[in-house]
Design a protein around this ligand. Sequence first.
Ligand SMILES: *Cc1c(COP(=O)(O)O)cnc(C)c1O
Length: 458
Amino acid sequence: MERWKTIIEPFRIHSVEPIRLTSVEERERALEAAGWNLFNLHSADVIVDLLTDSGTGSMSSEQWAGIQRGDESYAGSPSWFRFLAAVQHLFPFRHVIPTHQGRAAEKILFSVIAGPGKAIPNNTHFDTTRANVEFTGAEAVDLVIAEGREPATIHPFKGNMDLDALDAFIRERGAASVPAVFVTVTNNSGGGQPVSLENLRGVRAICDRHGLPLFLDACRFAENAWFIHEREAGYSRIAIPEIVREMASLADGMTMSAKKDGLANIGGWLAVDDDGLAERCRNLLILTEGFPTYGGLAGRDLEAIAQGLSEVVQEDYLHYRIRSTAYLGEALDRAGVPVVKPIGGHAVYIDARSLLPHIPPLAYPGQALVVALYREGGIRGCEIGTVMFGRHPDGSETSAAMDLVRLAIPRRTYTQSHIDYVIEVVRWVAERAGDLRGLRMTEEPPQLRHFTARFQPL
Ligand SMILES: *Cc1c(COP(=O)(O)O)cnc(C)c1O
């Protein structure tokens, strides 16, 4: 097939879900009712939904078959053993603790290891990870390399940890107040950028020097492994599962959302090697999620994840996945829309601060852009900027490091013509960027405000 340039979807469509085409007037009414927060929309009023790639992908016929096979025994179900084998095939940690999604794994782990006076370094904390760290009273510290904070700078592994900064941070704080080091693969909030194995080995060496455990926030491990396969010297002939196992071999544990590279609609897990830590986590699991052989999941969900894990590491799938995301990003880049480069694995990130220099960060340029994309074309993206990260535990508000708009691509869900439509709408809005106005926040909750805040246009 290699002589053809077109990367086709390596699947055909097996069942379809209709999309209702709305008018600008309908969408203006929907925006007003939603308080200009796209999380408050009815998704039936969205034409192309790029809010998130989390749990929104299509499952395969084999995954649906697994749903039928799901065994709902309370304890020791065969579905659990299939799930456990599939997880340990890629991540051979001693203990696997199933949860209803990634944040439940985070909540359990940080309840056990974090707390006031503690600090968790990460390349970049994802929003729920940061919130779960801070909820215990600990500090969430982002130490991504400098290139990772510059949207326009090209670097093959922009998600890498700044190793000198990590070492200096641990020395300064003292290892006793750093219960674990995290690395997020790929770095979602930093633009879906990958982390190299070389960098992971560097983090491992620093953790060893200070006697600290290393955890992967592994939600997009397969996409990260594909980038290693494509970009890191010595890995182009190594099979994806083997690259994943090498990533795992450098860590002491992981948190995972199966809604991403589990190719499932729900699920997650926490995995650790340490027996004592596993026991403390399981005790919390029983309190908040369920018995250790199902956690927060039905047997059928465990089956869908087990099958998803075998599909997500297939090269045809990953090639299509990464190329189709790049197809959107490269088209926007050619049209002069400022995007985070190189294009990440699961999403294209538009640099709203640079597209809308007349809107100051505290008037939320990212929010202004997501509202405009919805109003004009019914496209739902997600602000990743000052709305999401601007409010601090002490109550102060500052601008986030970047004001990005993420167009996340659900897995195996939209075709190239949907994406061509998105390109057309984004270009139209970008050509009229000077007409956009900022917003004022009128209501916000104490944590994770972006989910439920309400706005008024300025
Ligand atoms: C989605 C995600 C999480 C949280 O997982 P949920 O299943 O949404 O709770 C944590 N970290 C990263 C990097 C993510 O992308």
